[in-house]
Ligand binder design. Structure first.
Ligand SMILES: Nc1ncnc2c1ncn2[C@@H]1O[C@H](COP(=O)(O)OP(=O)(O)OP(=O)(O)O)[C@@H](O)[C@H]1O
Ligand SMILES: [Mg+2]
Length: 463
């Protein structure tokens, strides 16, 4: 009998693990959370030991089988010669590297950087974090012998192997995304020793992928067609491209996909379900109550608008200093109105990414959703109307862990390839159609939303 396939997703809030049968039936799940440390404003760090402990504990609760790994992208794990962790990992949502991003674009040249890596230097990416260490913690820098991304550190502990996949390597800014190998030219220009980097493989060969590529695979997105819409802590709109084609201004990311020989473009907002988590905490109420109260308000919540830039923003503004706001408040607005405006503001942020993907020729007719926020029916109805797309949900909500399990199946020969894995395991559960009345209201709302960021800009300089 074929053993179950195991997927382990090393997320920001915790590890989520899943065991599936070779026809995609979910046999068991396990999760384990860990803390996020913010030692200074804008900093975000985690202890790699916490990831390992959580992964070990989840695996102990699942049946045995081939393991695939996915995880939060961009995080920097530094190891010394003895493979000991040198300092806490610096995460994807850390915003300390604005100066280093400028340094990278100056050293490589912006056009050349986009040509080589498909991307511009963004604060969350891995290479700027390395430069920050060189500039601010030279003692640590001097001891580095290996670097890894978060889920690849878990692989090291699990198997002793140093490795990365092309999908996750794409988010380091040290990867030749077109050639699907490390970029010697970028490493040279930044004076980063290439021997620190782990060998890079296709996702199917190593059973690993960055969480966005894994999530897309886990909901069946292997080729141009439906877009992946993720309502996780961060929010993502993701499309497979017919060929490697970076945006000339790199307003969206272009990365290797987890399917060999394919690429994808995506826009990333930093606070999607993260905005929901924040507001729920601030309002001290449960999600069902808040959704229920928000459903009592008409689309647009009588002019109340929310800017979801609680942790700065990536797409479309690439601005670590952007901050959130509610505008248009009146005495009539209550808790439900605040919640509705938050759900809508995040949906508008996703639309910003979708509009940029459209400029690259992406013409989706349907989206597939995953992530914690996809559990909210109201949020899905709002996102569907704001994007003007039907949204499909698949059997597994944990897209990334499910995708990692599919990769384990390809690597171990249970499936012929990624398409075979999807054909045998991924099934659509339900579909939300955009409400025509809401679409009209939200087209107007989106026009207003787009004026918000420029209007808020002058406020950013305040202490
Ligand atoms: N019904 C809901 N409505 C709104 N938000 C929700 C709902 N259910 C869960 N969430 C939010 O979803 C988020 C968790 O989603 P998910 O697990 O996809 O995040 P994630 O980004 O994958 O986490 P990690 O960073 O650990 O990978 C939390 O912020 C939680 O508040
Ligand atoms: Mg996740």
């Amino acid at each position: 009998m074929t053993p179950p396939l195991i997927g382990v997703d090393v997320g920001t809030s915790g590890v989520k693990a899943i065991a599936i049968s070779p026809d995609g039936e979910i046999l068991a799940t396990a999760d384990e959370s860990y803390p996020l440390s913010t030692p200074h404003p804008g900093f975000a760090e985690q202890d790699p030991e916490d990831w390992w402990r959580a992964a070990e504990s989840c695996l102990a609760r699942l049946p045995e089988g081939p393991i695939g790994l996915s995880g939060q992208m961009h995080g920097l794990v530094t190891l010394g010669g003895d493979e000991q962790v040198l300092r806490p990992a610096i995460l994807w949502n850390d915003q300390r590297t604005t100066a280093e991003c400028a340094e990278i674009e100056a050293r490589v040249g912006l056009d050349r950087l986009i040509e080589l890596t498909g991307n511009r230097a963004l604060t969350g990416f891995t290479a700027p974090k390395l430069l920050w260490l060189r500039n601010h913690e030279p003692e640590t820098w001097g001891r580095i012998r290996h670097i890894l991304l978060p889920k690849d550190y878990v692989r090291l502990r699990l198997t002793g192997e140093h490795a990365i996949d092309a999908a996750d390597a794409s988010g380091t800014l040290l990867f030749d995304v077109a050639g699907r190998r490390w970029s010697q030219e970028v490493c040279d220009a930044l004076e980063i020793p290439a021997e620190w980097l782990p060998p890079a493989y296709e996702s199917t060969a190593i059973a690993g992928a960055g969480d966005q590529a894994a999530a897309a695979l886990g909901i069946g997105i292997t080729a141009p067609g439906p877009v992946s819409v993720v309502l996780g802590t961060s929010g993502v709109v993701f499309a497979v491209l017919p060929e490697y084609a970076p945006d000339a201004k790199a307003r969206v990311h272009v990365f290797c996909h987890a399917v060999p020989g394919t690429w994808h473009a995506m826009g990333v907002m930093l606070s999607a379900a993260g905005s929901a988590a924040w507001l729920r905490h601030a309002l001290a109420a449960d999600l069902a109550t808040l959704d229920g109260e928000a459903a009592g308000w008409e689309p647009g919540a009588e002019g109340l608008l929310f800017a979801p830039y609680l942790a700065g923003e990536r797409t479309p503004h690439a601005d670590a200093n952007a901050r959130g706001a509610f505008t248009g408040l009146s005495v009539r607005h209550d808790r439900g109105a605040l919640w509705r405006a938050m759900l809508e503001g995040v949906a508008y942020g996703l639309r910003d990414s979708l509009e940029l993907l459209r400029t690259l020729g992406v013409q989706p007719e349907v989206g597939r959703v995953s992530g914690g926020g996809a559990r909210s029916e109201l949020w899905l109805r709002i996102v569907s109307a704001v994007l003007g797309l039907p949204l499909e949900r698949t059997v597994s909500e944990e897209g990334s862990a499910f995708g990692a399990a599919l990769l384990a199946g390809v690597r171990s020969g249970v499936f012929a390839d990624a398409d075979d894995a999807v054909a045998r395991c991924v099934r659509v559960r339900d579909r939300i159609e955009p409400d025509p009345g809401w679409v009209a209201a939200y087209d107007h709302g989106y026009d207003r939303y787009r004026t918000l960021y420029p209007a808020l800009l002058p406020l950013e300089e305040h202490p």
